[in-house]
Design a protein around this ligand. Structure first.
Ligand code: ATP
Ligand code: MG
Length: 408
């Protein structure tokens, strides 16, 4: 079927009183940016709804892109016809015929007379349209209470809109409408999903990845770049900060506290990420922690690790089961990348039995007995290299000295 328009509906943001205009503006900017690749299409706002006139562009491929725009609750492809009864009936017949519904499908027409100048009220339109329609397609059954297919007919002054499909969108809040946070992005399954969940709530995300080059490989780095790339398809652009972590790790390893190594590394990561957050105007840190999943994610571990930062530590996956996280990672397109083998900076130093119940006082004592730690943390922050990623484009380096010359 060739559609003329896409009708976009917004969910929660529509009820956000004063903020509504700001949210709408953010959503519009995001959609406008997407439409650059669809020159025929154009966006307009009318009575609190957003419409995209397709102008010959493919509804299917545009819907695929729009499903990644946070804030959009649902999308309906619309066929437009004139506001005369005979035209509406003919278009309705054609519309439903093309849906190719199986025999016995339950059905109803749901009309709305938006233009009061139209000679028939909504109830009458329902009957006037469904009568000829059911005669034409004899295999449908009327069910006015719970129909499988509902044909919506909106009669306006100059045009009438017909649609039946309501395609779920990503939901949440438009990009960046709830501030900015730093996402600690590893190469695993969890943190990209945590990043996506945070973006869905309207957070702008900058990614921070800790590497132990040359002990971790360039391939491991490449994988994280690709994961950040997938996340950029939801935001149009994303920054990735690559932090040299080897020196900090080497220093922490000198304490010879094997069981506390993960705790110490995670705390150092949080301190570095906090420094980067300050530099970049972010007000929170996001991690892929899920309660109880590994030793560093027990409640006592999270308690000791979390105290290393004063910023709010957001853990979108905290109460989710692994199977739910995996399902989400498949849906958002990061799973296949995440399961590729890679060495994480931490696996190099991972002890056989990491503590699940670290003692805060002991941890703080180890840290304060290492006078070089603060210096190394600062050095890691200043040695951080920043890439800006756009979907489908090569990364651009914007800052930092880094340690590798030839990244790509
Ligand atoms: P993930 O699948 O996200 O790696 P995980 O279950 O493997 O999570 P850990 O490896 O213990 O758990 O990591 C916990 C969280 O710490 C990660 O979700 C991520 O936010 C952060 N993290 C771990 N390693 C790194 C790294 N090298 N760079 C940045 N963040 C990291
Ligand atoms: Mg991991």
């Amino acid at each position: 079927m060739t559609y003329d328009l896409l009708l976009l509906r917004f969910g929660e943001m529509a009820i956000k009183g004063k903020n509504r205009r700001r949210f709408e503006k953010a959503a519009m900017n995001h959609i406008e940016a997407l439409l650059e690749l669809y020159p025929g299409a154009s966006l307009r706002q009318e009575f609190g709804r957003f419409y995209i006139s397709l102008g010959g562009e493919s509804a299917e491929s545009l819907i695929k892109e729009l499903k990644k725009v946070f804030g959009i609750a649902s999308i309906s492809p619309v066929v437009v016809t004139g506001s005369e009864l005979d035209k509406i009936i003919e278009t309705a017949k054609d519309f439903v015929t093309r849906l190719n519904l199986p025999e016995g499908t339950t059905f109803k027409v749901n009309a709305r007379r938006v233009w009061k100048g139209f000679p028939h009220p909504s109830n009458e339109i329902n009957k006037l349209v469904s009568g000829p329609l059911l005669r034409e397609i004899g295999t449908l059954k009327v069910d006015v209470h719970e129909p499988e297919v509902e044909l919506r007919v909106e009669v306006r002054e100059d045009q009438t809109y017909l649609f039946s499909e309501i395609i779920p969108g990503a939901g949440g809040y438009p990009l960046g409408t709830n501030g900015k946070a730093m996402l600690l992005l590893s190469g695993g399954i969890d943190s990209p999903v945590a990043g996506w969940s945070a973006m869905r709530r309207g957070l702008e995300i900058e990614c921070v990845h800790f590497h132990s080059y040359p002990f971790t490989s360039k391939q491991a780095e490449e994988k994280v770049i690709q994961l950040a790339h997938v996340l950029s398809t939801y935001s149009g652009q994303i920054k990735l900060h690559l932090v040299p972590f080897t020196e900090v790790q080497t220093l922490l390893a000198k304490s010879k506290q094997e069981g506390l190594m993960i705790t110490l590394m995670r705390r150092a990561m949080l301190r570095i990420a906090t420094g980067l957050a300050e530099q970049n105007g972010a007000l929170a840190l996001v991690t892929g922690d899920s309660l109880g999943q590994v030793a560093s994610q027990t409640l006592p571990s999270m308690n000791v690790i979390g105290r290393a930062t004063e910023l709010p530590l957001l853990r979108p996956l905290i109460m989710m089961d692994k199977s739910e996280i995996i399902e989400l990672s498949r849906e958002i397109g990061t799973y296949d990348l995440s399961i590729l083998p890679y060495e994480d900076c931490c696996t190099l130093f991972v002890p056989k039995s990491p503590s699940t119940n670290p003692n805060l006082r002991i941890v703080e004592k180890i840290e304060s007995s290492s006078p070089d730690l603060d210096r190394e943390i600062k050095a890691a922050i200043s040695g951080t290299k920043t890439l800006v990623l756009h979907p489908g484009e090569q990364p651009v380096q914007t800052g930092g000295t880094g340690i590798q010359e030839d990244w790509f």
